[in-house]
Design a protein around this ligand. Structure first.
Ligand SMILES: Cc1ncc(COP(=O)(O)O)c(C=O)c1O
Length: 383
């Protein structure tokens, strides 16, 4: 057969995430590579899910999402960020944050348009730009603190027409957060330039040490040309439910929904119902999340003290980065492979988050795991 396929993503192969998971299974390793909890979501969610299916919430939801869920989200956004998101015209429920980001990029990027992506970057941004005919411009966050390279950014904005900038805050994999000055500066340099800012804030409730998350939603002027994306999976320990949402002014939301209706149309109804009920009846759960994950981070770092890894500060998200110079001079991929084979612990090499394979010799550990799992991983990695 000579069926010719002209790939739109010729460079995309099996991701390092899939490779590490396969290696973890093969070597019966503890998997700290996968970015999801290995503990249960709150049991009340299951009861609400059951209630949903038995009470007839089994057909298509409204295209932008179940009204009850959009109302609950609006309440939480008002309370957390003092932003009034109109449930009718500004909130759209999506199949996870990934779909939200893909849909927004598809709605705004025309062939040849340029999008700025900061690296290390969540792996879906680049392909979403490219498949729509856009051109990603990759800027490296400045090590060791993963700061935005402001001079470089400003000089590009002054010399090129940029359509979109994607900002991830709190940051995966760096575990760093932006401060209020960063947001103000972003506002100053992008306003009146017709640039859509996509804020990936899926870890907004996972911020530690009493630090407040600075959301784009708190800056009125930024919201004139921003879309902010969240993920229920990251907050309810249920990444497999794939429910996320976007918030943007009505004119921007309108464009997103034009695409949303023809790609996903509407998102899993019973899951939306269950989450709405949970949000309504258990607001304390969300308030306790920073403490819950801060405890996990601290437990993880204490357990890892007897290893040869040097951990970088982790202010938010459920990832911690470590350098391993004391242990090896190998590339991050080779060293991660060695760890999974010899120590039977899987982690992610950071070069996977750079389009050109740049290797700052760091590994990403996910600490959204039970204490038993974390302790056993630390024991296996101890020198
Ligand atoms: C930075 C970032 N954005 C988006 C997502 C995707 O979220 P969802 O599972 O809701 O699609 C993830 C998941 O790992 C992430 O780390």
């Amino acid at each position: 057969m000579s069926f010719k396929i002209e790939s739109k993503l010729p460079q995309s192969g099996l991701s390092i995430f899939a490779r590490m998971t396969a290696a973890a299974i093969q070597h019966e390793a503890i998997n700290l590579a996968q970015g999801f909890p290995n503990f249960s979501p709150p049991v009340e969610l299951f009861q609400y899910l059951q209630e949903a299916v038995f009470n007839g919430f089994n057909q298509y939801a409204a295209m932008p999402g179940l009204p009850a869920l959009r109302n609950e989200i609006s309440k939480r956004i008002e309370s957390d960020y003092l932003y009034h998101a109109n449930p009718e015209s500004e909130i759209t429920i999506t199949a996870g944050a990934t779909q939200a980001i893909y849909t927004i990029i598809s709605a705004y990027i025309h062939s040849g348009d340029k999008a700025i992506l900061f690296e290390p970057a969540y792996d879906s941004y680049g392909p979403a730009v490219k498949v729509n005919g856009g051109i990603p411009i990759y800027l490296r966050l400045k090590l060791p603190d993963f700061k935005i390279p402001w001079e470089e950014l400003e000089s590009i904005l002054n010399s090129e027409k940029i359509k979109i900038i994607v900002i991830n805050n709190p940051h995966n994999p760096a575990g760093r957060i932006l401060n209020a000055d960063d947001l103000e500066r972003m506002e100053r340099i992008t306003k009146e330039k017709d640039i859509l800012l996509i804020w990936d804030e899926v870890y907004d409730l996972l911020v530690f040490d009493g630090i407040q998350h600075n959301s784009a939603l708190q800056n009125k002027s930024l919201m004139d040309h921003s879309c902010v994306v969240f993920s229920m999976g990251k907050t309810l320990h249920n990444t497999g439910w794939k429910i996320g949402y976007s918030i943007a002014k009505p004119e921007i939301t309108n464009e997103i929904r034009k695409l949303h209706q023809f790609t996903v149309f509407s998102v899993n109804t019973p899951a939306q119902y269950a989450i709405a009920k949970f949000m309504e009846n258990h607001p304390e759960f969300f308030k306790s999340l920073p403490q819950f994950y801060q405890h996990k981070r601290d437990f993880f770092l204490t357990q890892m003290k007897d290893t040869a890894f040097d951990f970088l500060p982790c202010e938010g998200s459920y990832f911690a980065l470590a350098t391993y110079a004391k242990k090896s001079t190998k590339s991050d991929i080779d060293f991660a492979m060695e760890l999974v084979e010899k120590n039977r612990v899987a982690v992610i090499p950071i070069s996977a988050f750079y389009h050109d394979g740049y290797d700052p010799l760091m590994l990403r550990f996910c600490f959204a795991k039970t204490e038993d799992t974390i302790s056993e991983a630390a024991r296996r990695l101890a020198h």
